[in-house]
Ligand binder design. Structure first.
Ligand code: SAH
Length: 252
């Protein structure tokens, strides 16, 4: 019986320094790679000489099925995602396909290699915004109904969670970020700090700060390469850094 292997590999935000040694080793160990063009190009060095199956947006299940086929054939394949594969990444489609195929849990072997997710990259560039309880919400309603996303935004806003918004805005999805702002404005002051990080750790990197009341996606250049961090009621800005205090002040 063939014993193939499927790695789910998070590549981190995009620079070589934030690609973990374990991720590089998994790619080196693989015969073939599956992932978006952009991410496969990101690891061109490590991928040299390997068969690459680049995909376009919207092909997640097809590519997951292809990767699972490769692993069942006895080869080693790496499915790559930006950030962490298990956070809005390719782990979902791969496990979905494995479930459909009644995978037995060990053949092919499946190993996930964690990566630095956008919320960590964005936080590192902004200061220390995630120092109290936080949550991540994707504003993409391609796979999740908008009503459900709205309910989660309402709950996070009411719960005073620092909130990291993934997939905040695209050319076709421009209203979601503005609706999210309005939901938060019902619970937080309009001068609540908001951090905006575009292309973290890539050559085009841009980091800026805004306030909740002024969160205008178009004016601030928010797009699909951007992560938005909304502070909680304790978050402040000091010398250009977004700071959520750990809470010692309240204790003292
Ligand atoms: N698996 C990825 C997330 C994929 S969803 C992770 O763990 O980071 C895609 C969204 O992630 C983008 O719309 C953006 O909001 C965020 N993102 C991914 N890479 C980013 C980067 N380098 N800089 C800023 N945001 C990024």
């Amino acid at each position: 019986m063939n014993t193939g292997k499927l790695y789910l590999v998070g590549l981190g935000p995009g620079d070589a320094g934030n690609l973990t040694p374990a991720a590089a080793a998994a790619i080196a160990d693989s015969d073939e790679l599956v992932g978006y063009h952009y991410y496969i190009e990101q690891v061109a060095g490590e991928a040299a000489g390997k068969v690459s199956h680049a995909m376009e947006l919207g092909q997640e299940l097809e590519r997951a099925a292809l990767a699972v086929d490769i692993a069942y054939s006895g080869k080693t394949v790496a499915v790559v995602s930006s950030g962490d594969a298990g956070i809005y990444g390719m782990a979902g489609p791969v496990f979905r396909v494995l479930t459909d195929r009644q995978w037995n849990g060990h053949n092919p072997a499946v190993e996930t290699v964690p990566g630095v997710s956008a919320l960590q990259s964005a936080a590192a560039l902004l200061g220390s915004p995630l120092m109290q309880d936080f949550c991540a919400i994707s504003l993409s309603n391609l796979l999740t109904p908008w009503e459900q996303i709205r309910r989660r935004l309402e709950a996070a806003a009411a719960g005073d969670f620092v909130t990291v918004l993934y997939n905040p805005r695209s050319r076709r999805r421009v209203s979601q970020l503005q609706e999210a702002r309005d939901i938060y404005l019902a619970h937080r002051s309009s001068d609540t700090p908001v951090g905006i990080v575009r292309h973290a750790f890539r050559p085009e990197q841009a980091v800026s700060l805004a306030v909740l009341g002024g969160l205008d996606g178009e004016r601030l250049g928010v797009d699909m390469f951007t992560t938005v961090v909304i502070g909680n009621s304790n978050t402040y800005v000091h010398n250009g850094r977004m700071v959520t205090p750990r809470g010692y002040e309240a204790k003292g």
